[in-house]
Design a protein around this ligand. Structure first.
Ligand code: ADP
Ligand code: MG
Length: 615
């Protein structure tokens, strides 16, 4: 019997590969721009005709290619970027597959000119359907220029599937913008049919975003920054009021590479919860920096899906730092979408940029401080006052002196807007000197526009939650090592949960080892008292067993349960000052409308409604 199997000729193999890498003109633009960036270009000019169907020209001032490389670069699996399989796990370049140029050359007419800094002359190559038609010396500046013509000339199915020019150009623009947003330091230009679409000089990130999205975006950006051992996060979120009906302005980048992630997007949506109207999407430009070994870019041929080793930890960091940043900048109460008359901002105020008030957290303050010093559990180092407060309130049995509440936050400087506009709700509220409390829980206060009711326990829950999760972002929750490790038998599922979530658990203050199905706990969060440890671990495992999408919220769920316990203790809100103090702090929380478990904290009754009752 004769043999049937044959190796495919190169040009056919390349055409097949091209099907994966090059789907439309925008893919070519992306690949060529990425190559230019990998070649250390500081300027890249792109010139498009008829949405790329007639011409895609990309000119860079990068390091160029030698005479030999200029030919080799069109071979499949020809790459200068990785040499060993190990390099795949430590990528610092955009490209690595060595497929893009081979693919483009298989399905288009390509003209390339390239010159290195030390070469006397440049090189010009014409290649069509993987066949080199011309290879000669040429005069050209340092760098590389590509002209791609007749894309898909030999793949009619693809060519016929291309959409109308406006759609295809939109795709090109999207790719261009993603790269522009990830490399603000590179001067980029884009022309379509001879008219300039973008000319983006090298700039800092904020400037680059504004150059792309328009000058009015400058005031809408809330800076985000967070550094942990595993991930450095920076970028901007758009203020909640600029959330859009479409997903338009949502950008994630990792190590300067754009990616999509429904999972991380969920964290952001969660962070905006209660601030964005239902059905609207918050905007963000977030940049993660992670050791390349901890991500896997190889998942997807066009590389917009990326696997993260520490995804739950990153989820948590995203959620916390965005909540924190929104809280800092969102000084005006964020209830206006509820259209409560008493919470409406004065006309025109929405146009002003709120100035961030300087709020100093008084580290020495203990809202739950006992008048007699509380005895520490004696197992570890001293905890800070707030942790002790939680310990006392949440897990201890101490009496509290609630007058101390007021000192928790000291407002050093009120924002000028607040000074000028007495009408903002909190100020309005503050004018009411008298408060009542019924059943030890429902605070009643009059305001200019009616009555305000506050659920005191939920308010405390929210305050403790906000403070603890804000601090969790920048510092791991303080941990204390146990003199004698606690042993706890755990199930095989729990073994997996524990090992999968190492960094998150460390950040939460837990450290331990698993030996033969038994967890040996070496350190626990300082906020826990010994008798609460076992229950806390059970709760933690219960949270770890949630649906996958929820897992990144472990930290928050855990902090929420601490906060819940804190709110269950004796409140002792007997004086007007203590109640006012509580309200002050509530309004310092970015989200003062709902508790961590999404229960309403504030209710208002307008004068109209009161009048109605007497009608
Ligand atoms: P990859 O980027 O995955 O390595 P490509 O097919 O995109 O594969 O490119 C192949 C090789 O050609 C690259 O590794 C690089 O050495 C070289 N190359 C491509 N474009 C450029 C450019 N604009 N400037 C300098 N070298 C380039
Ligand atoms: Mg490439």
């Amino acid at each position: 019997m004769s043999d049937f199997i044959q190796l495919l000729p190169d040009n056919i193999a390349n055409q097949i590969a091209a099907g994966e890498v090059i789907q439309r003109p925008a893919s070519v633009v992306k690949e060529l721009m990425e190559n230019a960036i990998d070649a250390a270009a500081t300027k890249i000019d792109i010139n498009i005709k008829d949405a790329g169907k007639t011409l895609i020209q990309v000119v860079d001032n990068g390091k160029g290619m030698s005479e030999a490389d200029a030919v080799l670069c069109f071979k499949r699996h020809a790459t200068s970027k990785i040499r060993t399989a190990d390099d795949l796990f430590a990528l610092t370049t955009k490209g690595f597959r060595g497929e893009a140029l081979a693919s483009v050359a298989a399905i288009a007419h390509v003209e390339m000119r390239t010159k290195t800094a030390d070469a006397e002359t440049g090189r010009k190559i014409l290649i069509e359907g993987s066949e080199i038609k011309l290879n000669e010396d040429t005069v050209c500046p340092q760098g590389t220029s590509f002209e791609i013509k007749n894309l898909f000339y030999n793949v009619p199915a693809r060519r016929n599937f291309l959409k109308k020019d406006s759609t295809e150009f939109k795709h090109i623009q999207d790719e261009f913008e993603r790269i522009a947003l990830s490399h603000p330091d590179i001067h980029l230009t884009l022309k379509h049919n001879e008219s300039e679409v973008y000319n983006l000089p090298s700039a800092i990130l904020r400037k680059r975003i504004v150059n792309i999205l328009g000058p009015n975006f400058n005031d809408r950006l809330v800076p985000i920054e967070e550094n942990t051992e595993i991930v450095q996060l920076k970028g901007f979120a758009l203020k909640p009021e600029f959330a859009k009906k479409t997903r338009g302005d949502q950008y994630f980048f990792v190590n300067d590479r754009y990616f999509k992630s429904a999972y991380f997007n969920h964290a952001i949506t969660k962070a905006f919860e209660g601030m964005v109207q239902h059905g609207k999407f918050p905007g963000y430009f977030l940049y993660l920096d992670i050791a390349p070994q901890k991500i896997d870019i190889n998942v997807h041929p066009t590389k917009t899906e990326i696997k993260f080793e520490e995804e739950k930890f990153i989820y948590s960091i995203l959620l916390s730092s965005i909540r924190l940043a929104l809280g800092k900048y969102n000084i005006a109460p964020s209830l206006d979408f509820e259209r409560e008359t008493s919470f409406d901002l004065p006309l025109g105020m929405g146009k002003q940029t709120p100035v961030e008030p300087t709020i100093r957290v008084n580290d020495n303050f203990n809202p739950f401080a006992t008048t007699t010093k509380s005895t520490s559990s004696g197992t570890g180092k001293a905890t800070d006052n707030f942790s002790k407060a939680i310990m006392d309130q949440g897990f201890g049995t101490k009496e509290t002196d609630s007058a101390d509440w007021e000192n928790f936050y000291k407002i050093e400087d009120e924002s000028p807007i607040e000074e000028e506009n007495n009408a903002i709700p909190f100020e309005d509220f503050k004018e009411s000197e008298t408060t009542f409390i019924i059943k030890g829980n429902y605070i009643i206060s009059s305001s200019k526009s009616g009555l305000m009711l506050i659920h005191a326990r939920r308010a405390i829950e929210q305050i403790v939650y906000t403070d603890t999760s804000n601090r969790f972002v920048s510092n791991p929750i303080e941990s204390q090592s146990l003199l004698f490790p606690i042993e706890k038998e755990i199930s095989s599922n729990e073994v997996n949960y524990w090992t999968e979530n190492q960094s998150l658990l460390k950040q939460l203050g837990f450290d331990g080892e698993i030996k033969e199905g038994t967890l040996h706990l070496k350190s626990v969060p300082s906020v826990l008292q010994e008798e609460s440890i076992s229950r806390a671990i059970d709760e933690l495992f219960a949270t770890l067993a949630y649906q996958d999408i929820e897992k990144g919220e472990i930290a928050h769920a855990f902090i929420a349960s601490i906060a819940k316990s804190a709110s269950m203790k004796n409140l002792n809100l007997s004086t007007n000052e203590s109640i006012q103090g509580l309200i002050d702090q509530l309004f310092q929380c970015e989200n003062h409308a709902y508790s961590p478990r999404n229960k309403k904290i504030i209710e208002t009754i307008s004068l109209d409604e009161i009048a109605q009752k007497f009608a």
